[in-house]
Design a protein around this ligand. Structure first.
Ligand SMILES: [Mg+2]
Length: 216
């Protein structure tokens, strides 16, 4: 990652800009409990970066539970309702360390920023934590056909930024997201999650450690 010059930044949302991991866990746990499926924080790790549909499939598999498509869709809806209720309290103080400083640094250097998130609530969350205006481009789970680890979400982001992947750094905290970005041809910084540092190009424990000056 030396001597690389980039022209744009793409961010995953959950675990990179803001942490709603625990809110997701509690909402999924309430669903798992309904079916007496054992589900703990470690199981929850497997859902990181996964779409809602795939997450529910994994949970049901954990309990060997089979349900109708109708019930499946009801559960997706119910999980989201419980999750949304719990994140209404999010505010700027829930931003992860270094986020605001980096966004301001990018703005001052005219480096455009985009969001590439599997979350279908990405826009609402950005607005709750007060950083929506920093993003020139927003690609969320509603706008892609293929969720991560498919690179579509980041490739769409690059396209909308008018840049090619090798001009962009992607920040990711999940295995599926790192794979998506690597397969798309981006430079990838793993954030916070030591388990994925070898799959990425570089690692920072939080965005506080990232200095944009070195890459522009
Ligand atoms: Mg994430």
């Amino acid at each position: 990652m030396r001597n690389i010059k980039i022209k744009g930044l793409l961010f995953d949302l959950d675990g990179v800009l803001v942490s709603t991991e625990h809110n997701h866990f509690l909402a999924w746990k309430s669903i798992a409990d309904q079916y007496q499926i054992p589900f703990d924080e470690l199981d929850n790790e497997r859902l990181k970066g996964m779409s809602r549909v795939d997450s529910l499939k994994i949970i049901l598999q954990l309990g060997d539970v089979w349900i109708s498509e109708h019930e499946f869709n009801d559960l997706l809806h119910l999980k989201n309702e419980r999750y949304l209720n719990s994140i209404r309290q999010l505010s700027q103080k829930d931003l992860l360390p270094g986020v605001l400083a980096l966004l301001n640094q990018a703005r001052s250097k005219n480096i455009p920023c985009g969001l590439g998130s599997s979350s279908k609530n990405a826009k609402a969350i950005l607005s709750l934590v007060g950083i929506e205006s920093y993003f020139d481009v927003l690609i969320d789970g509603n706008m892609v056909e293929h969720p991560k680890p498919h690179p579509e979400v980041f490739l769409n982001g690059a396209k909308q930024l008018g840049l090619s992947p090798n001009q962009i750094i992607v920040f990711e905290d999940a295995e599926s997201g790192v794979k998506a970005a690597k397969d798309g041809g981006f430079y990838v910084f793993a954030v916070g999650n030591l388990h994925i540092q070898n799959s990425a190009d570089a690692f920072v424990s939080s965005l506080l450690e990232f200095n944009l000056d070195e890459y522009v």
